[in-house]
Design a protein around this ligand. Structure first.
Ligand SMILES: Nc1ncnc2c1ncn2[C@@H]1O[C@H](COP(=O)(O)OP(=O)(O)OP(=O)(O)O)[C@@H](O)[C@H]1O
Length: 284
C-alpha cells in the first residue's frame, strides 16, 4: 500500500472574496510535490490549512499515513515561509538554545553544520539578516529537528541561483531514504522541473491538475500553427489555445500522438510555465 506523508481530501475554506474549493491531493512518502499557481490562486491558504493556521469549513487533512496534524505530528513537520519566521531580536546561537527546549528531537550538531554551510553568522541578530539569509536560516532550522515532512511556501524565491542550487541538492538528498517528503510552493517553476516528482496546479482556489512531473514534461506540448492548420485540429485534442499576432498556440496533452496526426505542424515540448500560462490565459 502506498504511504503518504500528507493527504488532503476536499479541503474547503471560504473567505469573503475567495473560496478554496474542495482541494484534494497527496504527497506520497519519499517524494517532492511542487504546488504551482498564479498570485492569489490559493497556495498559501492551502498551506495554512494544512498547518492548522486557519480554520477550514470542510475536508480532511492527515499526515504520516492517516494521523491528524497536532502538536505531536508537527514536531516532524519542518515549515519555511517567505520572510522571517523567528523572533528577530535573537541570534542563531541563542535561538539554538530555545529550539533545544521546544523540539524533542533537536539536533544541535546538524544545526551548527547547516549554519556553517549557509555561511550564516551565529552571533548576529536575525533582524540584521538579509531576506536570503533569513530564508537560509529558516531552512537550517527546518532541517535540524528531525523533520519527516518539509513544507515550504515560496521559500527559495529570495535566494541567489547558487545557493538555490545548493538547497535543491539538499532537498534531493533529504528525500533519498524514502522516509522524508517535501511540499514546496514556488513561482520558480524551473526549480520544480529539477526536483519535483509531482506537480499540483491550483487555479482560482481549485486543483486544476495533480500529475507526475515527468508525465507533464513528456506528454504535454504546444502546437504552433497558422489559422488554416488550427482549424484542422480536432477540438478534442485541444486543452487550450491562444491566438497571437502571427500564430496560434495550442496546448495538447498527447504530444506524440498529435505529432503523428498532424505531421505538417510544429509541436514543441511545453515547460511548466508554458502549461500554466496556456491553462490560465488560453481559450478553450
Ligand atoms: N485572511 C484572509 N482573509 C480574506 N481573504 C484572504 C485571507 N488570506 C488570503 N485571502 C485571499 O485568498 C486568496 C488566495 O490567497 P493566497 O495567499 O492563498 O494565494 P497564493 O496562491 O499563495 O498567492 P501568491 O502566489 O501571491 O502568494 C486571495 O484572493 C487572498 O486575497
Amino acid at each position: 500500500m502506498e504511504k503518504y506523508a500528507l493527504e488532503l481530501n476536499g479541503v474547503t475554506k471560504q473567505y469573503k472574496d475567495f473560496k478554496l474549493d474542495s482541494i484534494s491531493f497527496t504527497v506520497p512518502q519519499g517524494s517532492i510535490v511542487g504546488l504551482i499557481g498564479e498570485n492569489g490562486a490559493g497556495k498559501s491558504t492551502t498551506i495554512n490549512a494544512i498547518l492548522g493556521l486557519i480554520v477550514t469549513e470542510q475536508g480532511k487533512i492527515s499526515v504520516f499515513n492517516g494521523k491528524d496534524v497536532n502538536a505531536k505530528t508537527k514536531e516532524h513537520i519542518g515549515v519555511v515561509f517567505d520572510g522571517s519566521n523567528y523572533p528577530d531580536n535573537l541570534t542563531p546561537e541563542k535561538l539554538g538554545k530555545v529550539f533545544q527546549n521546544i523540539y524533542a528531537e533537536w539536533n544541535n550538531k546538524k544545526y551548527f553544520e547547516l549554519l556553517n554551510k549557509f555561511e550564516l553568522p551565529i552571533n548576529k541578530k536575525l533582524k540584521e539578516f538579509s531576506k536570503g539569509m533569513n530564508m537560509k536560516y529558516s531552512i537550517a532550522v527546518a532541517l535540524s529537528h528531525n523533520s519527516k515532512l518539509l513544507i515550504l511556501d515560496e521559500a527559495t524565491s529570495g535566494l541567489d541561483p547558487i545557493i538555490r542550487d545548493d538547497i535543491l541538492e539538499m532537498f534531493l538528498d533529504f528525500i533519498q531514504d524514502e522516509e522524508h517528503s517535501i511540499l514546496v510552493s514556488s513561482h520558480i517553476t524551473s526549480d520544480l522541473e529539477k526536483i519535483a516528482d509531482y506537480i499540483v496546479f491550483i487555479h482560482g482556489g481549485k486543483v486544476l491538475f495533480s500529475k507526475p512531473k515527468d508525465e507533464l514534461l513528456e506528454n504535454y506540448g504546444i502546437i504552433k500553427c497558422n489559422s488554416t492548420q488550427f482549424n484542422e485540429i480536432d477540438k478534442s485534442d485541444i486543452i487550450s489555445y491562444r491566438k497571437l499576432d502571427y500564430e496560434y498556440q495550442v496546448l495538447v496533452s498527447n504530444r506524440r500522438q498529435v505529432e503523428q496526426k498532424y505531421p505538417k505542424t510544429m509541436i514543441v515540448p511545453a515547460s511548466i510555465d508554458e502549461i500554466m500560462l496556456m491553462y490560465v490565459k488560453g481559450d478553450k
